[in-house]
Design a protein around this ligand. Structure first.
Ligand SMILES: [Zn+2]
Length: 239
């Protein structure tokens, strides 16, 4: 009898996340860093089929370079409700250059985005590195800062230090959905995932993700009725 009660409570607890209403579930943000061409060629068509917007963080100095997104592609993605954010001009690690150089990287990055007619609500730190001086410089131009830490989120959000779960080539659908399940169980309001590049073949480096895993992940988000939004929309909704 005791065993039956244990099973009852065990399965009740486990099924709880599935019973939450859409509004109680965390918002999901999908970030795409560094502007590799496979974001447009491979990930975008699948994102489009689910009607999901993403967030592009491309160093503006890389736009229109071979192997990277073009300005026309960045704009096309914004027309599909994606947003673009700052990621410096040259992917500089802002903690290893002088503060004057860091300020120049961030300001020129902001100016480029404005000149190119791209959105600039948030900024992702190249390689995730920052210190308090760098954060304070970025805040002069960008209101939301994303690091590379896999933080847990509750309201109020700390807009100076959001982060992401960096998806790597040893992740599969189950490991990604485990992060989602933890978020639901811990009543997180937001979960941010970060991708870099994609392949239809066997992945050959850490941040290159196989398209079968990516497509199935989006499919599972849809099945769980999770809302995928841009980072600025998530911040707006979670005020
Ligand atoms: Zn980067």
């Amino acid at each position: 009898m005791k065993y039956i009660f244990f099973l009852f409570f065990f399965f009740s607890a486990c099924s709880f996340p599935e019973e939450k209403t859409e509004n109680q579930l965390p918002l999901i943000v999908l970030c795409f860093d560094d502007g590799n061409h496979t974001i447009y060629d491979l990930a975008l068509p699948v994102m489009k089929s689910f009607n999901y917007p993403g967030v592009n963080y491309i160093p503006t100095g890389l736009i229109d370079h071979p192997g990277s997104l073009s300005l026309a592609q960045c704009r096309e993605m914004e027309n599909l409700d994606w947003e673009t954010g700052g990621h410096t001009v040259s992917h500089a690690n802002l903690t290893t250059i002088t503060l004057d150089s860091a300020r120049s990287e961030v300001r020129r990055n902001y100016d480029d985005l404005v000149r190119m007619g791209l959105l600039h609500h948030s900024f992702a730190l190249p390689a995730g590195h920052a210190n308090d001086e760098v954060i304070s410089i970025i805040k002069d131009w960008f209101p939301i800062i994303r690091t590379s830490q896999n933080y847990r989120y509750q309201i109020p959000l700390n807009l100076d230090r959001l982060g992401y779960f960096q998806v790597q080539n040893n992740d599969d659908v189950n490991s990604l959905m485990l992060r989602v399940s933890h978020g639901i169980l811990e009543n997180e309001c937001l979960i941010i995932f970060g991708f870099h590049s994609f392949t239809e073949a066997q992945s050959t480096f850490l941040t290159e993700i196989n398209m079968t895993v990516f497509s199935e992940f989006l499919n599972r988000l849809k099945q769980k009725k999770l809302r995928v939004v841009t980072l600025s929309e998530a911040v707006d909704r979670l005020k």
